[in-house]
Design a binder for this molecule. Structure first.
Ligand SMILES: NC(=O)c1ccc[n+]([C@@H]2O[C@H](COP(=O)([O-])OP(=O)(O)OC[C@H]3O[C@@H](n4cnc5c(N)ncnc54)[C@H](OP(=O)(O)O)[C@@H]3O)[C@@H](O)[C@H]2O)c1
Length: 344
């Protein structure tokens, strides 16, 4: 067993439940002492902390798919780290692992936590940051959401909202690999150009332009077969109007309402769903826990071959996590938003 020289940890504890956007006052940033490892335990140094819209959901005491983070608890968060010390034969010192590392510099784990610790492969052409995004949880979400929930058929039209974000940018590219017409909705000319010029989307709609509804009509002349919904609100309402018979709405997220007290921002009548026989299906990526290896293998392969491009917005320093999280809500990120906590 190698001995770490590190004895101190820094971490964020949730102090109060945010109202609206998160502020640093919602957390205590504290220093703690790293205890000695017990049997089967490993000490992991966080390298990348994944910032996800769901972090904001976890901070609220509302009905959700996991218990909310308790006041006083270390903030929950996914991440990638390196094993610094190990009493567990499954993890060697130097291995890179992913798991629920939390908003902290170091974590002690056994690998048998409810969200398991996974040893990451070393693959040429696939940087560690991509394993935290495009080939990690956000990539799996895109993969299963589109291919399983969306059930795409060649030639169909797919519309994806928050298209220049972590999940959306991968959804669109998987859509192209499956022969779909892909239309992305994103905020700003720069993001829309990226979708078309670099990621190969067929069209992009800039929802920050007053003419965006018209742009959506022009981009979807044959209607919409699959809505990969990441946003909700007015964007979803407009897409909903253009759904085709037997269309599928993949309800992945409703980011427009995560800082609100409820989701009343999205107003959809049910009559169109009846008349057009739509299937509206919510899903949470944890539903696919047992199949994640299949998705990782596919995504890693596509990334290494250059068939899927990935981008990360990386902010240095764990201490910046609360403020950086708000980039997800003001469009400040393109691709996957990561905090670089320490050097790989
Ligand atoms: N179901 C699941 O298991 C699962 C798993 C992962 C993620 N998700 C969901 O997937 C969605 C995307 O997550 P992500 O991690 O990939 O985040 P992301 O798309 O990288 O970041 C969020 C993006 O959403 C857009 N946005 C934020 N507020 C908006 C608003 N009010 N109206 C329109 N656009 C808005 C912004 O882009 P613009 O600049 O374009 O506005 C922002 O960059 C979220 O809803 C998330 O909750 C679900």
């Amino acid at each position: 067993m190698a001995t770490t020289t590190h004895t101190e940890n820094h971490l964020f504890r949730l102090k109060s439940r945010p109202v609206g956007l998160v502020t640093p006052d919602n957390f205590d940033y504290v220093q703690s002492t790293i205890p000695k490892l017990g049997p089967n335990e490993v000490l992991i140094r966080t390298v990348y902390l994944s910032l996800d819209p769901t972090n904001r959901i976890w901070m609220s005491d509302i009905e959700q798919y996991m218990p909310p983070v308790k006041i006083g608890e270390t903030m929950r968060g996914l991440g990638i780290g390196q094993v610094e010390q190990s009493n567990n034969s499954r993890f060697k010192v130097g291995d890179y692992v992913s798991g629920m590392l939390g908003w902290q510099e170091y974590v002690i784990a056994t690998g048998n936590e409810p969200f398991p610790l996974v040893t990451l492969p070393k693959i040429a052409g696939v940087p560690l940051a991509a394993l935290a995004g495009a080939a990690g949880m956000t990539g799996w979400t895109a993969y299963f959401g589109l291919l399983d929930v969306g059930a795409p058929k060649k030639g169909e039209t797919l519309v994806v909202s928050a298209a220049a974000g972590a999940v959306g940018s991968i959804v669109g590219q998987i859509g192209k690999l499956n022969g779909l017409r892909v239309v992305g909705i994103a905020g700003g000319e720069h993001k829309c150009n990226w979708l078309i010029d670099e990621l190969g989307f067929d069209a992009a709609v800039d929802y920050k332009q007053p003419s965006w509804q018209k742009q959506l009509q022009q981009a979807t002349p044959n209607g919409i077969d699959i809505d990969f919904e990441n946003v909700g609100g007015e964007i979803m309402e407009e897409v909903y109007k253009r759904m085709n018979l037997n269309g599928r709405i993949v309800l992945c997220g409703l980011i427009a309402s995560y800082n609100e007290a409820d989701d009343s921002k999205t107003k959809l009548g049910l009559a169109p769903a009846l008349m057009k026989r739509l299937r509206i299906q919510g899903f949470i990526i944890t539903d696919y826990a047992l199949k994640i290896q299949d998705a990782t293998d596919k995504l890693v392969h596509w990334i290494a071959e250059g068939k899927i491009k990935h981008r990360e917005t990386v902010i240095a320093g764990l201490e910046n996590a609360p403020i950086a999280l708000n980039k997800l809500f003001d469009g400040g990120n393109t691709g996957k938003l990561l905090i670089k906590v320490s050097d790989p």
